[in-house]
Design a binder for this molecule. Structure first.
Ligand SMILES: NC(=O)c1ccc[n+]([C@@H]2O[C@H](COP(=O)([O-])OP(=O)(O)OC[C@H]3O[C@@H](n4cnc5c(N)ncnc54)[C@H](OP(=O)(O)O)[C@@H]3O)[C@@H](O)[C@H]2O)c1
Length: 352
């Protein structure tokens, strides 16, 4: 079977290779999934260039250890290449390694979330049966393959972490992303306003043609001037996945008591945080990482979340815009396209 692999961390996607690999055999509690489709997400590039491993290595619980783990006391080492890539996708369960859940899943089409070392950018992958969720026939592969990473994050950020109230104003950066589109749809459902910040004029025009109401192009306007024009007292909430100067400015757009969530690092640059900028208005900056959030939730809570996500993907609220589907053999082209500025939707890999 074909598998997209890396041998070492690199920020050059040219180092990813599609190779022949042996068909894996599921162990106890695992299932083997014949993959049908998978998206290319920013997190896939994080697994390529090693930013996850380097970030975890900085955490205090990994001080003095040779290899980082993702949480204190877990003892589980964060994966390191060589490994296959791909965090999520959709496929058909073809074999169970044993266990009640795995056996029940055989033959079912499932949305999966796993990631290296057993990635989804391969024709067959192994997955913990608890990370495979049967999806309704009405959901296309293109929608089902992006089931977890963005829809769950958008839902959790808006309704559970921030609990954005009706009438509030939320500012989001990199607002042309798939996840930001989901936040805008949730805002329409929940009755709050969104200020959408993008880097280019072309990106802003594209958003204005969709359901975005307050759009700021940083190419044309200073972020704080724009926020002052739209919400003179500042915003209650910021969702930032860019960091660098954009994240630093967004922090200053908060109204007293406002909350900013850092959930991505697209610019790869740090945010500057003068302590008084959060002291005087008593604002706060928090981090969010879906894997860590879900690990803290009980099984039943996770199940309720996944069910709600399925319902909202089905109704289109958490639907994923798609720009183009590539076969696995054209992976290099797909990766180049996924890194190109100005995309209108996700790049997907057809693994059939
Ligand atoms: N923390 C978590 O658990 C979690 C979970 C899910 C997603 N995320 C994060 O959410 C963010 C969005 O993910 P997605 O899959 O929705 O993204 P996506 O659909 O692939 O879109 C990425 C967007 O980012 C913009 N962008 C890229 N580099 C940028 C930069 N340096 N400065 C400003 N804008 C930039 C692009 O805008 P242009 O149109 O200008 O090119 C594009 O609209 C990512 O950072 C991802 O890692 C985090």
């Amino acid at each position: 079977m074909k598998s997209a692999c890396i041998d070492a961390f690199s920020d050059d996607p040219g180092t990813v290779e599609v190779r022949e690999a042996p068909v894996p055999r599921p162990g106890a509690g695992q299932v083997r999934v014949r993959m049908r489709m998978a998206p290319v997400n920013p997190s896939d590039f994080n697994y390529m260039d090693g930013i996850y491993e380097r970030s975890f290595a900085r955490m205090i619980w990994n001080r003095e250890s040779d290899r980082p783990s993702d949480s204190p006391g877990s003892g589980e080492l964060f994966p390191r290449p060589p490994y296959s890539l791909g965090v999520e996708g959709v496929g058909i369960v073809e074999e169970s390694g044993g266990g009640f859940l795995g056996r029940r899943l055989v033959g079912k089409r499932v949305a999966v979330v796993s990631g290296p070392p057993n990635g989804t950018w391969q024709q067959q992958t192994l997955i913990d049966a608890r990370r495979a969720f049967p999806v309704s026939r009405s959901l296309s592969d293109a929608q089902a393959c992006s089931f977890f990473v963005n829809p769950l994050t958008a839902l959790v950020l808006v309704r559970q972490v921030l609990q954005v109230p009706r009438g509030a104003v939320l500012l989001q950066t990199a607002a042309g992303s798939a996840l930001s589109q989901m936040v805008r749809n949730l805002a329409l459902e929940d009755g709050f306003r969104v200020i959408d910040v993008v880097r280019s004029r072309a990106g802003a025009e594209r958003l204005r043609r969709s359901n975005a109401k307050y759009v700021v192009a940083l190419e044309d306007e200073e972020l704080l001037d724009a926020v002052h024009r739209i919400a003179p007292g500042g915003v209650g909430y910021v969702l930032d996945c860019v960091g660098g100067p954009t994240g630093s400015e967004a922090l200053r757009a908060l109204a007293p008591g406002g909350r900013m969530i850092c959930y991505g690092t697209l610019s790869r640059e740090p945010i500057s945080l003068p302590p008084r900028d959060i002291m005087m208005p008593m604002t706060s900056v928090e981090g969010f990482y879906l894997a860590a959030y879900l690990a803290e939730r009980a099984l039943l809570q996770r199940l309720v979340l996944v069910r709600k996500t399925a319902q909202l993907i089905g109704s289109g609220v958490l639907g994923t815009p798609v720009e183009r589907v590539y076969p696995l053999d054209a992976l290099q082209e797909a990766l180049e396209h996924a890194r190109r500025p100005g995309r209108a939707g996700k790049i997907l890999l057809d693994l059939k």
